[in-house]
Design a protein around this ligand. Structure first.
Ligand code: SIN
Length: 328
């Protein structure tokens, strides 16, 4: 009799197990600050779809765009507390956790996104994904957005045109130094405040990618955009070491696969949007796009490049050399 009861109980447990899993799936909250129709927004959505396809009932991904859950200044703290599980902040927003990623903020280090991609795939680039482990964060992938352009309400043809203007920057000391080198005033402000600051003339200009300038409508409140390609906004998809290592091994393996596929997808969207969002801004007629002559471009390089020397020691000269080698 006892054996029969035990057998029935075991059968009950076995039958209930899949149900319990379905009732208590692992919830992964993915928080980001940009719009859904951007490379990061689309990449996060693709990741959620792939997880739904492959881990239905075991893992649910909830995506929170547009700083709905956290702005970039809070998201990493929240991640370390376990309140959010995935984010992809711009590489300019990790300063409290590692100084090495400031490499990506140095002006005119990378000629284009292809060079950025080559560096990210290099041994040095891959090592940076692991550079915050001691601080409790693991980089799972890099995602592209694109090269940065400068916008303002006056035409910025040469560096002297930026003198005296106030520019919003991400929370990066390198970016602050870059604008100071132009005789301009940098203001560190969250991404969610940029449109209003531009609209109310709280700032005169900003630097960003075509997809961010288009999706957040900055072009509607800036008369000129200078096509400088002077820097890059790319992302690191991060999670907390504790959360990631605590996942069942088989789930983690599938999630890694989903991240890899979402990465390829987000990067394709980034390349497309750098062209199509720029064109949409041209077609809108709301903002004039200025392209630089070779001589004008040289002037921007000469004005901004001295910033490298200020940060060479903290970033590491060898890392800068490796980044420069990716242009070849
Ligand atoms: C982002 O692309 O995630 C935001 C970049 C910014 O803060 O300008």
């Amino acid at each position: 009799m006892r054996t029969m009861i035990a057998g029935l109980m075991l059968a009950g447990i076995l039958l209930a197990a899949p149900l319990a899993q379905a009732e208590n799936p692992i919830v992964i909250k993915f928080s980001h600050v940009v719009a859904e129709n951007t490379p990061k927004g689309q990449g996060a959505q693709k990741f959620a779809e792939l997880v739904e396809e492959r881990l239905a009932g075991r893992v649910v991904v909830e995506v929170f765009p547009n700083s709905q859950l956290y702005g970039d200044n809070k998201v990493l703290e929240a991640m370390l507390l376990g309140d959010v599980h995935l984010a992809a902040p711009s590489l300019s927003k990790f300063k409290r956790y590692t100084k090495k990623l400031q490499l990506f903020d140095l002006p005119f280090v990378f000629g284009d996104i292809a060079a950025v991609e080559r560096f990210q795939r290099s041994p040095e680039g891959k090592t940076l994904l692991r550079s915050m482990e001691k601080r409790g964060l693991i980089g799972l992938a890099y995602w592209h957005n694109g090269m940065k352009q400068l916008s303002a309400n006056r035409p910025l043809r040469v560096p002297a045109d930026a003198k005296g203007l106030k520019f919003r920057i991400q929370a990066s000391d390198v970016l602050a130094a870059q604008f100071r080198a132009l005789g301009a005033t940098p203001l560190k402000k969250p991404f969610s405040e940029v449109f209003t600051l531009l609209q109310t003339k709280g700032i005169d200009g900003q630097e960003n990618t075509w997809s961010n300038i288009y999706s957040k409508k900055f072009f509607e409140v800036q008369d000129y955009i200078t096509e400088t390609d002077h820097g890059v906004i790319d992302y690191m998809v991060v999670t907390s070491t504790e959360f990631w290592r605590g996942l069942p091994g088989d789930v983690r393996t599938v999630l890694e696969q989903c991240i890899a596929e979402a990465t390829a997808y987000a990067n394709r969207v980034a390349l497309e949007k750098a062209v199509s969002d720029r064109q949409k801004i041209v077609d809108s007629g709301r903002s004039t796009i200025l392209t630089l002559s070779t001589d004008e471009r040289v002037q921007w390089v000469e004005a901004m490049r001295p910033v490298w020397a200020q940060f060479e020691d903290v970033i590491d000269r060898e890392l800068i050399e490796a980044a420069l080698a990716a242009n070849e």
